[in-house]
Design a protein around this ligand. Structure first.
Ligand code: SF4
Length: 344
């Protein structure tokens, strides 16, 4: 089965590969300027937990501004954080800078999965994807798309997350020694375009003859997922402090939630608990409404309060001109809060 699957899939990929800005066409040579591993790594980091459509403009902006890993390594961290604003999971942006600096120090990306894994913030998935796609090394690359295709192909009935191990073993069994990068991308493409979550198009699938999930009927029910626990709901407050055409922004603590990002002052809410409800200033606060936002492990209801012509702001921060607010790099949660305040 293994050889048949990889042959059919690679033939299909040669004809149907998605055209993506961080890709080269099957069989084409990567760019000769040495930027290829950088582009592969950057796209894989950006694509985690995010859609292709959301990533495209960010990838374009990053590679225009920082065309090489050395250029990114030399960038101030706060510039990178601001450019990342809106993509979410901000620890990825911090890790991105750390990783770029480590790569620049060692004179380029290492080529093996094991060495890539040693770079700061580079997880098992990204190491495998970069080794396979950028360097053609045989590596087992399993993202959510691949997980779905493999669970169906082998009719793996065990529920996720427990099924990850047998899925990985099965993915390993069908990964070829040659064209490992194309194979990984072909599996991702098949999952994204044919073997989709709700509506697998089995009649168009190059693997339909080999697919046990299809033979068993109703492959869309695979992979089985263990029921999700409801996310806890946290309450917090954010404070819009305005004076003479500027708003008071603070820098969040480096290691916590949205660490290192510019933000409105808040009352210390976190994944573990509600905020204190204590404003950073005395005075009269006007309510601007409520922002709802969902993080990986919890949901947040953030009440936004406004004080205009504020006499002074609390703690350390900076007055940021309102007409340049879009350059502050506010993460999505605080950008939503700012929109509420400005609409008030
Ligand atoms: S035959 Fe259907 S279920 Fe099986 S891999 Fe192809 S699209 Fe997915």
């Amino acid at each position: 089965m293994a050889a048949t699957v990889s042959e059919h899939l690679l033939d299909w990929y040669d004809a149907h590969a998605r055209d993506l800005p961080w890709r080269v066409r099957p069989g084409a040579a990567p760019p000769a300027d040495g930027s290829w591993p950088y582009r592969v790594w950057l796209s894989e980091v950006m694509l985690q937990q995010t859609t292709v459509a959301a990533v495209k403009p960010y990838f374009e902006a990053f590679t225009t501004r920082w065309p090489t890993v050395e250029a990114l390594a030399a960038a101030p961290e706060e510039d990178v954080m601001a450019a990342w604003a809106g993509l979410g999971y901000y620890s990825r942006a911090r890790n991105l800078v750390q990783c770029a600096r480590a790569v620049a120090r060692r004179g380029g990306f290492p080529q093996t999965e094991a060495e890539l894994r040693e770079l700061p913030g580079l997880g098992a998935y990204t190491a495998a994807a970069v080794a396979a796609i950028a360097f053609g090394q045989r590596a087992v690359v399993v993202d959510a798309n691949v997980e779905r295709v493999v669970a169906r192909l082998f009719a793996i009935e065990a529920p996720l997350p427990g099924a990850r191990k047998p899925i990985r073993v099965a993915a390993d069994a069908i990964t070829p020694d040659h064209r490992a990068g194309d194979f990984a991308q072909a599996m991702m493409d098949l999952g994204a375009t044919i073997c989709t979550s709700r509506d697998p198009k089995c009649l168009l699938c190059p693997l339909s003859q080999a697919c046990r999930g299809r033979a068993a009927g109703d492959p869309a029910r695979l992979p089985v997922k263990a029921p999700k626990k409801p996310k806890p709901l946290r309450q917090g407050q954010a404070y819009w402090i305005e004076r003479e055409g500027a708003v008071w922004l603070v820098k969040r603590a480096g290691t916590g939630m949205l660490g290192g990002m510019r933000a409105l002052p808040d009352d210390g809410w976190s994944a573990r608990g509600d905020g204190s409800g204590e404003p950073p200033l005395q005075g009269v606060w006007e309510s601007a409404g409520l922002v709802r936002h969902t993080f990986t492990h919890f949901a947040l209801e953030l009440s936004v309060h406004i004080q205009r012509d504020a006499p002074a702001a609390g703690g350390s921060g900076e007055w940021w001109p309102l007409d340049r607010l879009d350059e502050a790099g506010l993460p999505t949660l605080f950008a939503k809060a700012a929109r509420l305040a400005l609409a008030d």
